[in-house]
Write a protein that binds this ligand. Structure first.
Ligand SMILES: *Cc1c(COP(=O)(O)O)cnc(C)c1O
Length: 414
């Protein structure tokens, strides 16, 4: 195969149908941003949105804003937009709370549909908050449930049988970037009479998802990664229509009540997606998340997927071509249909190499003990950025700059 050069990458950018989306984001001029899988980039409209909500709405209309600026139903309004990106219908998604909190709600709700079964299947190597939260819930429920941790797609399928109550999995693995087969796993889950919960943190906004075509029961995910919703922006919850008003979640705050402003003494669940809410929303963050979600709702998901895979293929090829001698080991599956929108590799000096890369203007991140992660976000990354990132990596490895003391100091966030 002929060696790839920078010219070829520039050519790919010229042919890129999604290229214009980059103009909708504000990015530091000399940096190459490859952490969009952790914190999405800032849409240019973010600042004017903050001004609008703070000055024009809060500062001017005050409490009237709940009605006249739609604050009271903002979770649902933005949820309906997000729904179009995950194959859900209007009225099946709300944007609210943190992912971890929503994990708690949906696993608890799912368990109520299967009261006689006690097993919850999860992936042991999952992003910890989902598993920690499930452990907290099991404890709260009196340790009557059993968490079954499986690994690999086959291991997960094998763990699902007629004794399982709930199967809660993350579609794209946060570390390796591996994509699970949602349709096959959900099918097996439901054949066994169990309830499916999908965490879409690393797939929502990154690839086409069709929850209803897969007949998924519940899903959750965050909006600050590929949806570019802003730091700590609220997460989302999907509850299939058939479960609304029936599978109740336990954080039964007034927003989940059938008539919040009736101020009744006793709880009555809303008979719709509102039952997944708990309390008053963080309006500023919520309103801000709408800009990025709007962008995702406009983009053609197939074109996004194609570009994302082409970019990660390019990254993998370039690391092999330019940095083949430096001992990087690819962790992400090579097969296109088995990976999300990031590339992970391992290296024993991974932490220092990531720090040196950041020093050179390439923002990737590190996950213990030895994983370098690079998010390939097709909305604002160019093919030439992939070339330039690998070129800088090559220099760091050749000159061993990562061995400098400044790149070996541990920071709280890696
Ligand atoms: C990013 C991520 C989260 C984040 O949870 P928070 O509650 O927002 O801190 C949870 N689960 C997975 C799988 C993630 O990738």
């Amino acid at each position: 195969m002929q060696a790839i050069n920078r010219e070829y990458c520039l050519q790919l950018d010229k042919q890129d149908q999604l290229a214009s989306f980059r103009n909708e984001f504000s990015l530091p001029e000399h940096d190459i941003y490859m952490s969009g899988n952790s914190l999405g980039a800032m849409p240019k409209k973010a600042m004017s949105k903050v001004e609008e909500v703070v000055l024009d709405q809060w500062g001017t209309s005050l409490i009237k804003s709940w009605n006249i600026h739609g604050w009271f139903t903002l979770s649902q309004t933005i949820g309906d937009k997000l729904a179009t990106t995950i194959g859900a219908d209007a009225g099946e998604v709300v944007v609210t709370d943190a992912t971890g909190i929503n994990v708690f709600k949906v696993i608890a709700a799912a368990l109520t549909l299967n009261p006689d079964r006690k097993k919850i299947v999860m992936e042991g190597s999952n992003f910890p908050t989902d598993n920690y939260t499930a452990q907290g819930l099991v404890k709260l429920l009196g340790n009557k449930h059993e968490l079954v941790f499986a690994e690999t797609e086959q291991g997960i399928l094998d763990a699902i049988d007629d004794s399982v109550a709930v199967v809660c999995l993350t579609q794209v693995h946060y570390k390796t970037g591996r994509l699970l087969n949602m349709k096959a796993i959900t099918e097996k889950t439901q054949q066994c009479g169990a309830i499916s919960v999908w965490d879409l943190c690393h797939s929502g906004g990154a690839l086409p998802i069709d929850l209803n075509a897969c007949n998924v029961d519940f899903a959750i995910g965050c909006t600050y990664k590929y949806y570019n919703g802003g730091p700590g922006s609220p997460a989302f919850v999907f509850c299939a229509k058939r479960h609304q008003g029936k599978a109740l979640q336990p954080l039964t705050g007034w927003y989940s009540h059938a008539a919040p402003f009736a101020f009744e003494q006793d709880y009555r669940p809303a008979n719709n997606i509102n039952q997944m809410l708990s309390g008053t929303q963080a309006i500023l963050s919520l309103a801000l998340s709408e800009i990025g979600i709007d962008i995702s709702a406009r983009v053609d998901a197939q074109a996004l997927r194609e570009k994302s895979l082409n970019m990660s293929d390019l990254f993998i090829q370039l690391v092999a071509q330019e940095c083949g001698e430096f001992g990087f080991k690819l962790i992400t599956p090579k097969e296109r249909e088995r990976r999300g929108s990031q590339v992970a590799m391992s290296h024993e000096d991974g932490y220092a190499i990531v720090q040196a890369l950041i020093g050179s203007g390439v923002m990737g991140d590190f996950r213990a003990p030895d994983t370098l992660r690079f998010g390939l976000t097709p909305l604002y990354l160019r093919f030439v950025d992939v070339w330039d990132a690998v070129a800088r990596l090559k220099v760091i490895m050749q000159e061993q700059t990562y061995k400098q003391a400044e790149f070996n100091q541990k920071h709280a966030v890696t």
